[in-house]
Design a protein around this ligand. Structure first.
Ligand code: AP5
Ligand code: MG
Length: 226
């Protein structure tokens, strides 16, 4: 059982690294951002409720976000654990997640804090291309797909995210600093945070994340549920 969170500012590479880690550990990715975008794309009532928040770069209210996660955790594919990406994003969400996991006899095992300087974040987001079907992300210079404009996984035409315009991207970074960064202190109290340098190539960051997770999994006091 492995419950792990990729924590970091917008554009730090959470989605990019999640694509590899889910396969490596055999656990599903739960990205609240991806879940919201798929509701919006599907034209569902929930999608209608959350769209304005995503377009502005603001956080979706906690009650809505928590309901979406609660429902997702009921699916049987989460039995072996979950890789959270972009959740929790407020201290209230982190506290609610602690209770949800405890009620399932689980706990958060690792919070991987992917650190990237702000200017680099804006550059990464400005060029990002996303697969609207599977959520995988690319960048024409930094992480190009094999075939121009098409997803490597399913061949779908890649799109730019609405909220990646520089002004919205900057707003998201501001929201992160104000509302999301305090979540780290919550998890530091639980001694589950591992700080990882998120600069450098994708493979390099991936290797650091694996080392951070495996290092922790090797620590005797941190093994009860692994
Ligand atoms: P969400 O979808 O979670 O976006 P985010 O946190 O802003 O993060 P991003 O997806 O932008 O970045 P990422 O870290 O995944 O980076 P990526 O791998 O793509 O949230 C969107 C919105 O949904 C929020 O604004 C909010 O409205 C709402 N929301 C979501 N969760 C919520 C919650 N819990 N509560 C309330 N509201 C919520 O990489 C970025 C780019 O860099 C890519 O182009 C990639 O190819 C490139 N790249 C990645 N790694 C590297 C590398 N090492 N070197 C060079 N390039 C790289
Ligand atoms: Mg993402």
């Amino acid at each position: 059982m492995l419950n792990l969170t990729l924590f970091g500012p917008p554009g730090s590479g959470k989605g990019t690294q999640a694509a590899f880690l889910t396969g490596h550990f055999g656990i599903p990715q739960v990205s609240t951002g991806d879940l919201f975008r798929s509701e919006i794309k599907g034209g569902t009532p929930l999608g209608g409720r959350v769209k304005e928040y995503l377009d502005r770069g603001d956080l979706v209210p906690d009650d809505v976000t928590l309901e979406v996660v609660r429902r997702r955790l009921e699916a049987p594919d989460t039995d072996r654990g979950v890789l959270f990406d972009g959740f929790p994003r407020t201290v209230a969400q982190a506290e609610a997640l602690d209770s949800m996991l405890a009620s399932m006899d689980r706990r958060m095992n690792h919070v991987i804090f992917v650190q990237v300087p702000t200017e680099m974040l804006v550059n990464r987001m400005a060029g990002r291309l996303t697969c609207p079907r599977c959520g995988r992300t690319y960048h024409p210079k930094l992480a190009p797909p094999e075939h121009d404009g098409l997803c490597d996984v399913d061949g779908t035409a890649l799109v730019m995210r609405q909220d990646d315009r520089p002004e919205t991207a900057r707003r998201r970074i501001g929201v992160y600093l104000e509302q999301t960064l305090p979540v780290l202190a919550h998890y530091r109290q639980q001694s589950v945070v591992r700080d990882v340098d998120g600069t450098g190539g994708i493979d390099e960051v991936r290797a650091r994340i694996l080392r951070a997770i495996k290092g922790r999994r090797g620590e005797a006091h941190d093994q009860p549920q692994d």
